[in-house]
Design a protein around this ligand. Structure first.
Ligand code: SF4
Length: 425
């Protein structure tokens, strides 16, 4: 919706209560989906409904502390892209003994992997609250984990925990949760047995001016269908009531994989083994990578295994998968080396060569741009075996002696041993 059309629906009193100096400034932020109509307390009901429908993503984006949920605009990733990878919340109960809690905390700490330059880990702890005092003590022990909290359970106890640590709340009574969320300014989960019931509860929760809401369908038989139905209703049929992030509590790996792929915005994991959580983290990273934009690393010269002035220089592209595989193989080989990463706009070796982005000119340009001569006195470059055909021209253009490396980086340790042995003779 254009700013001027939004402006026509605003009170035009420039009172500043929305946080913007003028109604027009507020209209421009709404048009860019950078603010929300609820910030203006003087909107008519009709104007509010229209603006809520027209100025936000079909699945409303909710930001809580460093957690982002929703903001999705499409059913299928190939239509555009998915925006917010669903955070994972590892469930803990406040009934755990000290010993069990210590083990759980160690378990949560161990759920961390590095993949394609990103550190992947669960972002929240879901705390099942039965008793205020028990949960309060447990919260203290969770401090060192530095995770956001999703409170589940006894809403009276949860409301007393919020001043100690803010968190997303999920009580049994959806409307009471909504009221508490309004006072505490935290998002609330509203649950129902079916999608149609959820639609009604969502409407009531929002009319009680709840802060942000997150949806959930409790019914086990509807686990798969409800996730798809909610997304379809919101994105295809424009349902405002169902246009919110969805949280799910999968009971097994099949459900969890589905929830990550379609269409949970937040996933609560209880008693999942480490290897399954790693599989879910990996799947999430794959699905929430923009398919229209190859994942790339910064071009430049990377030091591997503390290289010296005469260490060999290997050349590659800035496609993440190529880079990290090569880097890992080199690190494991223990050979000190320099890695010259050429900007190929994220294309892999052969594709980049075919597109003219991994040409002798580009590589020679990278040598000069990144001042390779300041790093190493070695005048030898090792190029991937897949582009052996550019070796002659690259020698001419760069002035370096070009060696053709193996086609697959896994063969590099053996290759490097051979050339090091030859140099030594
Ligand atoms: Fe205009 Fe409403 Fe903002 Fe006041 S609060 S400046 S009336 S948009």
């Amino acid at each position: 919706m254009k700013s001027l059309d939004i402006y026509k629906l605003l009170p035009k009193t420039n009172c500043g209560k929305c946080g913007f100096a003028t109604c027009l400034a507020f209209a421009m932020r709404l048009s860019a989906q950078k603010s929300e109509p609820a910030l203006c307390p003087y909107l008519s009901d009709d104007a509010r409904v229209i603006l809520e429908q027209q100025t936000r993503a079909p699945i409303k984006e909710i930001v809580f502390e460093n957690i982002k949920l929703g903001g999705e605009t499409v059913m299928y990733r190939h239509e555009k892209k998915f925006f917010s990878p669903p955070p994972f919340a590892i469930l803990l109960k406040d009934t755990l003994t000290d010993f069990e809690l210590k083990n759980k905390i160690n378990f949560i700490r161990s759920l961390k992997i590095s993949r394609l330059g990103e550190v992947l880990q669960p972002e929240l702890v879901a705390l099942e609250v039965t008793d205020f005092e028990k949960s309060r003590k447990l919260l203290e022990k969770l401090n060192s984990l530095n995770k956001q909290v999703l409170y589940i359970g006894n809403i009276d106890a949860i409301s007393k925990l919020l001043p100690i640590k803010k968190g997303i709340i999920w009580g049994k009574d959806a409307l009471k949760s909504a009221e508490i969320s309004k006072a505490a300014k935290v998002p609330a989960v509203v649950s129902a047995k079916s999608v149609s019931e959820l639609k009604e509860i969502s409407k009531k929760a929002k009319s009680s001016a709840a802060q942000d809401i997150i949806l959930n369908v409790e019914s086990e038989p509807e686990f798969f269908s409800s996730l798809v139905e909610i997304r379809k209703e919101a994105v295809v049929n424009g349902s405002i009531e169902l246009g919110y992030p969805v949280v799910s509590r999968p009971n097994n790996l099949e459900q969890a994989l589905f929830a990550v792929a379609k269409y949970s915005s937040l996933v609560v994991l209880e008693n999942f083994p480490k290897e399954e959580i790693f599989a879910l983290l990996t799947l999430r990273q794959n699905i929430f990578t923009d398919p229209q934009k190859p994942i790339q690393v910064e071009p430049g010269i990377y030091d591997i295994n503390n290289p010296k002035k005469d260490s060999p220089v290997l050349v590659t592209t800035n496609f993440s998968l190529t880079f990290f595989n090569l880097k890992s193989d080199l690190e494991n080989s223990k050979f000190p080396a320099y890695l010259l990463v050429v900007d190929t706009e994220g294309l892999s070796v052969l594709t980049a060569w075919a597109a003219g982005k991994f040409s002798p000119e580009k590589i020679a340009g990278a040598i000069s741009n990144f001042k390779l001569q300041d790093k190493t006195s070695s005048k030898k470059l090792i190029i991937p075996g897949l582009v052996a055909m550019i070796s002659g021209e690259l020698e001419e253009k760069s002035g370096y002696k070009v060696l053709v490396g193996p086609k697959d980086s896994s063969a590099l340790p053996a290759y490097l041993k051979t050339i090091t042995a030859k140099t030594a003779k």
